[in-house]
Ligand binder design. Structure first.
Ligand code: C2E
Ligand code: MG
Ligand code: MG
Ligand code: MG
Length: 287
């Protein structure tokens, strides 16, 4: 009996595995079509100064406008993209689109997320360089966001990759910092420009002294290494006060803005500029 039960469970397991494979194959077909039919979109989330007043850069975040399911976040499709050769085309589309949109904001940096599979491709740096040249985009205001897993899994190849990115002149930011392996030794070997402290720490800074201590320590570490720090996922005034007092350089979070369209970024910059003009003329009148 036990044997029979084990067997039927195995069959069930096999069937559900089959379902899953079929589903992801179906999804992969839909994603290929999405590329052809231009269903991907980029939203941009502002990265603001510590006082929250000035937009210094944007992070590009991909969305899929699915014909039936509506606007999907990366959580719903990027793992399939990353497990197939699609990552190559989708990744190039993201870089090119961010450059084209980014021309409208000559004073901002433009950050793009790059998945481990994408950055490990031997041609990644060459293609990035080519796209930047074709789009006439200044590499110094282009930022590549990578996660710690890129570094940890293949130290040697990571060294080569970062070397080639440095050569192009783009900046490198370490995303979701603090959530990966805790070994910090790789920070000595690779010159990153920026840490992005993960939202999970920011969410807890007011309720957990441990999280607050970690944020302080990461800011001090970045200072000592000559790196900048961005705090991710700021949602409340209290969190804002905390990270501002801690000395974070740039802030990102729903408190300042959700990810929005390129047009909305342009409108936001216009508003900021007119505020700055008003303040300047106030100062002039007071004199
Ligand atoms: P990430 O790079 O860490 O991006 C931050 C995520 O947190 C974004 O989610 C953003 O919308 C969200 N977020 C920002 N501020 C807040 C906040 O105050 N509260 C909360 N609850 N969330 C906030 P999103 O857009 O769903 O992206 C999720 C992840 O998908 C990204 O995490 C990134 O790892 C990946 N991703 C996004 N776009 C791309 C892309 O073009 N290429 C690749 N390879 N990965 C991407
Ligand atoms: Mg990111
Ligand atoms: Mg992040
Ligand atoms: Mg994240």
């Amino acid at each position: 009996r036990a044997k029979a039960e084990g067997r039927s469970r195995y069959v069930l397991f096999q069937e559900s595995m089959g379902d899953e494979i079929r589903l992801s194959q179906q999804m992969e077909r839909e994603l290929r079509q999405a590329l052809e039919e231009d269903q991907f979109e980029l939203l941009y989330q502002p990265q603001v100064s510590a006082d929250g007043r000035t937009t210094l850069g944007v992070e590009a975040l991909i969305r899929w406008r699915h014909p039936e399911k509506g606007l999907l976040t990366p959580y719903h499709f990027m793992s399939i993209v990353e497990r197939s050769d699609l990552i190559w085309q989708v990744g190039a589309w993201v870089i090119r689109t961010a450059c084209r949109d980014g021309h409208a904001w000559p004073d901002l940096s433009v950050a793009v997320n790059v998945s481990p599979a994408q950055i490990r491709h031997p041609e990644f740096a060459r293609v990035l360089h080519l796209i930047l040249q074709e789009e006439a985009f200044d590499p110094r205001r282009f930022e590549v966001e990578v996660t710690e897993s890129v570094v940890m899994d293949h130290i040697e190849s990571a060294a080569r990759i970062f070397e080639s990115l440095r050569h192009i002149g783009v900046r490198i930011a370490l995303d979701d910092f603090g959530t990966g392996y805790s070994s910090l030794s790789y920070l000595r070997r690779f010159a990153f420009d920026k840490f992005k402290i993960d939202r999970s720490f920011i969410t807890a800074v007011e309720s957990e002294p441990e999280a607050a201590a970690i944020v302080h320590t990461l800011v001090a570490l970045a200072d000592a290494l000559g790196m900048k720090v961005t705090a991710e996922g700021i949602e409340t005034e209290g969190q804002h006060r905390f990270v501002q007092a801690s000395g974070c350089d740039q802030l990102q979070g729903y408190l300042f803005s959700r990810p929005v369209t390129a047009e909305e970024i342009t409108a936001r910059l216009d508003v900021e500029r007119s505020h700055a003009d008003l303040t300047a003329s106030d100062t002039a009148m007071a004199r």
